[in-house]
Design a protein around this ligand. Structure first.
Ligand SMILES: Cc1ncc(COP(=O)(O)O)c(C=O)c1O
Length: 380
């Protein structure tokens, strides 16, 4: 399929090519200097004394955070209903039970602190939140709630590299921040992720869990820092490799400029869509402020046939997507009592994601909006 405007395009140039070639020439492919530098620079980028542990993907980051926090069988974790299924999968695979909290409103799709509070039971051990589309959640209310109710807080920051709440980077409010550097993210390495935390103990546990529970790495032994190793707890192999860490360093250096460009595109969309009937935009006064503008979600009016709109956009050469189908519609979760989330359920039916990436031009935005206007007229 050749699109006129596709959903996402990589923000890569010869710097990424050079970074990968350099790693290949160095002869050291995994968990070396690039990984150490990526962790150090990512932590410094977040500030707030964050510590960072690079991992193989965002789902691994979530799984490691849950395991390191001691969450497992018999525990409940409150998760957002408006999120990617990785959050729910990670909770289930850690042995705990997910309970979903609803979106705040049709304007604010982030998790509702009041619904988190309603969903807390005697077994609740943690709250997992996602900064959807890169818009920071209501962190004052969520941090206060977790402190009052003695709950661990995991921030899924997959959408949010560069996003700040009241000037402070997301991912530094909770016990752990979990980041994805999947291809379509604001910081892309293909497959990659990061766990961040301000706790030295949690950092150490994540490092053990990331690499078989071992007390030293191949690099330590290569550099003569260790001869052997102990295994202090059962662990996994969720390591990142040097090619991806090298890509991460280049992408991190481009992140702020890329997010600024994303914000300009979002502003152009918002202006152009103001005159399109049948569409509402979430986060009316927040999306362009401190968010990372990861995706551009819109809410179609009730009664519009979303599939027909997707097809019409496709015919016009515009790729679109859905973020996200409701989790309880997946066969793996159909029988599970995840809790009532009426607002998220309706958003899941009516949401449509339009293309957004730093390389988009103003003409691309105009083309997408014109195609959407025609598609909606046909679907009404
Ligand atoms: C909100 C959210 N959480 C978690 C993930 C999982 O990240 P990954 O694909 O790197 O495992 C993603 C990305 O796909 C995501 O969008």
């Amino acid at each position: 399929m050749s699109w006129k405007v596709q959903l996402f395009k990589l923000n890569f140039d010869e710097r990424e090519e050079r970074a990968v070639a350099e790693v290949i020439r160095s002869g050291w492919l995994t968990m070396g200097d690039k990984t150490v530098a990526f962790e150090r620079e990512f932590a410094a980028y977040l500030g707030s004394d964050a510590r960072a542990i690079a991992v193989s993907n965002g789902t691994a980051a979530l799984h490691l955070a849950l395991l390191a926090l001691g969450i497992g069988s018999g525990d409940e974790v409150i998760v957002p209903a408006q999120t990617f299924v990785a959050d729910i999968n990670a909770v289930v695979l850690s042995g705990a039970t997910p309970k979903m909290a609803d979106c705040t409103s049709f304007d604010d799709w982030n998790i509702d602190p009041a619904d988190i509070e309603r969903k807390i039971s005697g077994r609740t051990k943690a709250v997992m939140i996602v900064h959807y589309a890169g818009v920071p959640c209501d962190m004052d209310a969520i941090v206060d709630l977790c402190a009052r109710r003695n709950l661990k807080l995991i921030e899924d920051c997959a959408h949010a590299p560069g996003a700040r709440y009241k000037g402070r980077s997301v991912g530094t409010f909770g016990d752990a921040g979990c980041w994805s550097f999947f291809t379509n993210k604001n910081l892309s390495v293909g497959e990659g992720g990061m766990v961040t935390t301000r706790s030295g103990d949690l950092e150490q546990q994540v490092r053990y869990l990331r690499s078989h529970g071992m007390t030293s790495l191949t690099l330590d032994r290569h550099q003569g820092r260790a001869i052997s190793y102990d295994v202090v707890r059962p662990g996994l192999n969720y390591r990142i490799d040097e090619m991806r860490a090298a890509l991460g360093l280049v992408q991190l250096s481009k992140l702020d400029a890329a997010n600024t460009r994303r914000r300009e595109i979002v502003e152009a969309y918002r202006e152009a869509l103001a005159s399109v009937d049948g569409v509402a935009l979430p986060f009316p006064d927040r999306l362009d402020r401190t968010g990372s503008c990861h995706i551009f979600p819109i809410l179609l009016d009730t009664g519009l046939d979303r599939l027909r709109i997707v097809e019409a956009l496709k015919s016009a050469g515009v790729q679109s997507s859905i973020h996200y189908p409701a989790v309880h519609q997946f066969s793996a979760y159909a029988g599970m009592d995840l809790g009532a989330t009426p607002v998220a359920d309706e958003i899941a039916q009516r949401e449509l994601t339009l293309p957004l990436y730093p390389g988009m031009s103003g003409d691309d935005v105009t083309l997408v909006v014109a195609a959407l206007r025609t598609a909606i007229a046909q679907a009404a």
